[in-house]
Write a protein that binds this ligand. Structure first.
Ligand SMILES: Nc1nc2c(ncn2[C@@H]2O[C@H](COP(=O)(O)OP(=O)(O)O)[C@@H](O)[C@H]2O)c(=O)[nH]1
Ligand SMILES: [Mg+2]
Length: 249
């Protein structure tokens, strides 16, 4: 059977088309198939490229120790990082590897997180639970940058706030940390949104987080923000691994 008669056999008998119309029809079908394949490919590629999880937070929070525990299952003596550490890890057998990036927390290098946001699947924000009262402002500022980032907003990138060093007697519970951060972000909102509709030097939009006329609450955000307690010192980071696995599947 020729291609022409094959195509005709699929058409209702009352549809009589001449050879020119047959060619147009065949070309249209081929074109539509190619478009469908291209669309599918580009969406698939985008989804697959989004396997990067960022570990962020202020210096000494425990980011690098957590990064090594997750990726190499061992504790390390860390030094203050000036470059990001990257590694691939399979958290669930049979699932694709997750690309983890430990971003340096130093103020001058912190902007680096935004370079990775276009490929970020999720963000882990590590907090030193013992020093929160002294660092609330700095924590809130960094967190504000992450939460108001264009990609966090548009793609609803989930954020885990990992309250680390919980084995210390001086550590604050995650509920206290959440309340402290919400209060500070509430204050920050006023100053940040004074420059609303403008962009900062890194091209991040200045957006208002939460609802106007209502105190800031993480619950009001469109992306998921979860708090969790952990202790890298005690190798108690299972919660972080589970969370990463759950948002990456
Ligand atoms: N007590 C305690 N110390 C920790 C814990 N996690 C990390 N540290 C220590 O905190 C310091 C900073 O850790 P590091 O991973 O380099 O922090 P980073 O600057 O955020 O990468 C190091 O001395 C770690 O040993 C923890 O759970 N408990
Ligand atoms: Mg580090």
């Amino acid at each position: 059977m020729t291609q022409q008669s094959l195509l005709r056999s699929y058409l209702p008998p009352q549809v009589l088309i001449n050879d020119n119309e047959y060619i147009t029809l065949a070309l249209t079908l081929i074109l539509l198939t190619l478009i469908a394949l291209a669309v599918n490919f580009s969406f698939g590629a985008k989804r697959n490229s989004k396997n990067t999880v960022l570990i962020t937070g202020l210096p000494f929070a425990g980011k690098t120790v957590i990064h090594y525990l997750i990726n190499y299952d061992k504790a390390v003596e860390t030094v203050t990082s000036i470059k990001e550490n990257e590694a691939d890890v399979v958290l669930t057998e049979g699932k694709p590897a997750i690309h983890m990036v430990d971003i340096p927390g130093h103020e001058r290098l912190r902007f680096k997180f935004s370079e990775f946001m276009p490929i970020a699947r999720a963000v882990v924000f590590v907090v030193d639970s013992a020093t929160v009262p002294r660092q609330t402002r700095l924590l809130a500022e960094y967190l504000y940058d992450i939460l108001s980032n264009k990609f966090t907003q548009e793609e609803r990138i989930p954020v885990l706030i990992a309250c680390n060093k919980t084995e210390l007697l001086t550590a604050f519970r995650k509920e206290r940390i959440q309340t402290a951060l919400e209060g500070e972000i509430n204050k920050l909102r006023q100053t940040r949104t004074a420059a609303l509709d403008t962009q900062d030097s890194e091209g991040n939009e200045n957006v208002f987080l939460g609802f106007e006329g209502k105190d800031f609450s993480f619950q009001d955000l469109e992306n998921e923000v979860e708090f969790l307690e952990c202790s890298a010192e005690n190798n108690n980071i299972e919660g972080i691994k589970d969370w990463i696995a759950s948002v990456s599947s």
